[in-house]
Design a protein around this ligand. Structure first.
Ligand code: ZN
Ligand code: ZN
Length: 407
């Protein structure tokens, strides 16, 4: 039996999130907030999910470059593994620094920094877009001559190590503070305090920051998140808001050169009005006024369900046909959007239930094309549409509790 051991990353990271939560509770520290933690984990779920379809592509890309352009014929040895670890970390430093200093790259990396809480759930905020940018930076490695197997193995180290630097439970680590990136260093990186901005870009080693003058020691208590907090837990908005803002800013500029200046300029010189403009256009939808936390049970149940689905999907990747993989992946993505929208108290979550029902119907029909079953499902769908508005009312009452439906 060929199972995908990378799936074990899911319970592995969940265990440490639980452990950190447990210890923090015991020590009476409130390091976790419901909406923020769920939103963080949702970003991580999407990343693991999409990785299922893209990991092979990254490997192929490195392998292609290695086969066609490798300068040296590198064979794995202890020294060369160490050299590769240093090289990837050096490239990581620059990839990360560009992620903060160039608007377009910040548009992708900003997702990692939206959490107002700093805990292991924030570590899961990684997106596929970041992986694409990182791969571009790392493409020099196969050209030097490092084989794709070596690079993707080192990628695992860079996947695990930084997870553990996202915590407030661990203080300073003595001598390690001089060489490694520690939780203290990374707390500074996630802070919006003036003196901490654009500091500590390193992933594993802090030496690059010291070398290139971007190092800052943790002195005063950091305030976490963006300098201008997003204040939204919407899955889609968190992923795309800054790209939308860049779009608006580029639109207002005249001439190609000025537009390019916006896209590749510095986030610090970016007009804050764009956020307002984008929010007005994309977020000004009717909300439900909620004073309860009733929806939490529904959100937690959905997240638990899709985490199990994701784990099984990854574990038995080689046995699940592509059609089913795609359908399950779409179901999980819609669920992530659904949970984000519920935490934002959007009314349109109800439409997403129809999308999910349709996905289940299509999949059922694909495997069991019986006319009776199809007839029943279509009948159910027609009934749903016929009683749409009363169903919607019932549904919103069920998840949000009893109160006025309009703002
Ligand atoms: Zn960063
Ligand atoms: Zn981080």
């Amino acid at each position: 039996m060929v199972i995908n051991y990378l799936a074990l990353a899911v319970p592995f990271f969940l265990f440490f999130i639980w452990l950190e939560y447990y210890i923090a509770q015991k020590q009476g520290k409130s390091y976790f907030k419901f909406n923020s933690s769920i939103a963080n984990i949702n970003v991580g779920i999407a990343e693991r999910l999409i990785d299922l379809f893209t990991a092979g592509g990254f490997y192929f890309f490195y392998d292609y470059l290695h086969t066609h352009f490798a300068i040296f014929d590198i064979q794995p040895s202890i020294l060369l593994w160490i050299a590769l670890l240093l090289a990837t970390d050096f490239l990581w430093y620059w990839y990360h620094r560009f992620g903060h200093e160039v608007n377009l790259f910040w548009g992708f990396h900003v997702v990692h920094h939206q959490s107002e809480e700093f805990n292991y759930t924030a570590a899961t905020r990684i997106t596929i877009f970041q992986s694409v940018v990182r791969t571009a930076f790392w493409s020099v490695l196969p050209i030097i001559g490092f084989p794709a197997e070596m690079i993707t193995t080192i990628l695992l180290v860079h996947g695990i190590y930084p997870f553990f630097t996202h915590t407030r439970l661990i203080g300073k680590l003595g001598i390690l503070e001089y060489i490694m990136v520690t939780p203290s260093h990374h707390r500074v990186h996630h802070a919006s305090n003036e003196e901490y901005l654009d500091k500590n870009f390193g992933d594993m080693f802090i030496i690059w920051d010291k070398l290139f003058g971007t190092f800052a020691e943790e002195k005063e208590e950091p305030t976490y998140g963006l300098t201008k907090q997003l204040g939204s837990y919407s899955f889609l908005w968190q992923h795309f808001h800054f790209l939308v803002e860049i779009g608006y800013a580029a639109k207002t500029e005249k001439g190609l050169l000025n537009k390019l200046k916006v896209i590749f300029g510095r986030p610090s010189s970016f007009s804050p009005d764009m956020r307002h403009k984008a929010e007005k256009k994309f977020l000004a939808v009717r909300k439900v006024k909620v004073h309860t936390t009733k929806f939490r049970t529904y959100v937690v149940a959905q997240i638990a369900f899709i985490i199990i689905a994701l784990f099984l999907l990854l574990l038995f990747e080689h046995y699940i046909p592509l059609f089913l993989q795609v359908m399950v992946a779409l179901f999980i993505l819609i669920t992530l959007i659904n949970c984000g929208a519920i935490m934002e108290q959007r009314r349109w979550v109800f439409y997403l239930e129809f999308v999910r029902a349709s996905l289940v119907t299509i999949t059922t029909y694909y495997y069991f094309p019986s006319p009776t079953l199809t007839g029943m499902l279509i009948l159910l769908l027609i009934t749903g549409i016929a009683y749409f508005s009363s169903l919607q009312k019932q549904y919103l009452r069920l998840i949000y509790g009893k109160r006025k439906f309009f703002e």
